[in-house]
Write a protein that binds this ligand. Structure first.
Ligand SMILES: Cc1ncc(COP(=O)(O)O)c(C=O)c1O
Length: 371
């Protein structure tokens, strides 16, 4: 009988955690401030402090965080935002839904945006740079921040996959004018439903974001610009407060699994690279294989669930491909090779060893590019 290794396990199996979550839910039900309750304000205060920012604005999803963030910067028709080619489509949608144009930069072997590609794509219409810290690895921020500064445009981080990832001592979400973060149930720091947050330092932008997240209103009733309702539920804020102290342990386990994979898989497939000064959180542990589809099927037959995140590049999605501007030669090559292995914190070292043994049984398939 094969073992079953799940890609995700969203059950709450830790008794203590379940008790804490239930108590938090009960507290919200008892005080009755189901929307905009005290837990939401406390969550904002705690997240801002945790990420070393002045403000946090809790919203309903990572998509909302990006959408309201871009809107608050005043970007719209005629403006271009340079982002990456490889991300969940929410990143491009948040730009396009504001009427601005996403421009797609190429990626490097580490699957993050290539600053050289960004430099080539800059035009007078470029009004923001939006890197995604993909797989839980912070992008090469020095180069991107320099490009944004020299072009006089804001940098917006999509830190949805990288909560608490570090880059030369600085944390994901602490680099840009805005840090936009998804806290959906799949994330390293996760609510028990949809959730997101924007972190920032600028007071004026903060004021605008507070209005944007609730129908563009101030003082409860006065609408100063049309917007949507993207408020975070008090219940999710309460769950997130319970889980914040657990994030460090979740990341420790994921990093331990990643280190074990990287040791066991060396020479068999392409493994993620962690350079000096980087501390990745392994939202995904993404390998590269020259026989990716075959390997995926082989692992499936042995009870190992894997995922391709994401099989279609954003510029190749039907919604974008007709009008696209960008560079994605490397991304096209890489997207055919990537495969995410199970790495979540509920797995045991023996699960990781089993997956690695299955990959060894399948045989080496190290991609030949780049050297
Ligand atoms: C990189 C990235 N950006 C944005 C999002 C959107 O977040 P949400 O699902 O919370 O709307 C996600 C979530 O999957 C993501 O991974």
């Amino acid at each position: 009988m094969n073992r079953r290794v799940s890609f995700l396990d969203l059950r709450v199996t830790d008794e203590q955690e379940r008790r804490e979550l239930l108590a938090a839910a009960e507290a919200v039900l008892c005080h009755g401030r189901i929307v905009m309750g005290p837990e939401m304000q406390e969550f904002e205060t705690r997240i801002a402090a945790h990420l070393g920012r002045r403000f946090a604005v809790a919203v309903n999803s990572g998509t909302d965080a990006l959408f309201f963030g871009i809107r608050a910067l005043g970007l719209g028709p005629g403006d271009e935002v340079i982002t990456t080619s490889l991300s969940w489509i929410a990143t491009a949608n948040a730009i396009a839904l504001n009427g601005a144009t996403p421009v797609f930069a190429d990626i490097r072997e580490d699957l993050n945006m290539d600053p050289e590609s960004v430099r080539r794509l800059l035009t007078p219409r470029t009004k923001a740079i939006l890197p995604v810290h993909y797989t839980g690895k912070v992008c090469e921020m020095e180069a991107l921040l320099k490009l944004a500064a020299s072009h006089g445009v804001p940098l917006v981080e999509d830190g949805s996959q990288s909560f608490d990832a570090r880059h030369h001592g600085r944390v994901s979400g602490a680099f840009g004018t805005l840090g936009c973060i998804s806290l959906n149930p799949m994330k390293v720091y996760a609510a028990c439903g949809e959730a997101g947050v924007i972190v920032l330092d600028d007071e004026k932008l903060h004021e605008r974001l507070i209005a944007l997240r609730y129908n563009g209103t101030v003082n409860r009733e006065t609408c100063i610009e049309p917007s949507l309702n993207g408020r975070l539920d008090t219940m999710q804020a309460a769950f997130l407060l319970c889980r914040l102290p657990r994030v460090a342990e979740i990341i420790r386990r994921r990093r331990e699994h990643a280190a074990l994979y990287s040791k066991l898989l060396a020479g068999l497939v392409g493994t993620p690279l962690e350079r000096e000064g980087e501390s990745d959180v392994y939202y995904t542990y993404t390998i590269r294989s020259s026989r990716r589809d075959e390997l995926k099927a082989f692992l499936e037959a042995r009870g190992v669930e894997t995922k391709i995140q994401h099989p279609l590049l954003m510029p190749e999605q039907p919604a974008y491909r007709e009008t696209v501007r960008g560079e994605f030669t490397n991304a096209r090559r890489l997207v055919k090779e990537i495969l995410c292995l199970p790495v979540h914190e509920k797995l045991t070292p023996s699960d990781i060893e089993y997956v690695a043994a299955c990959i060894a049984e399948h045989g080496p398939s190290v991609p030949s590019w780049p050297r």
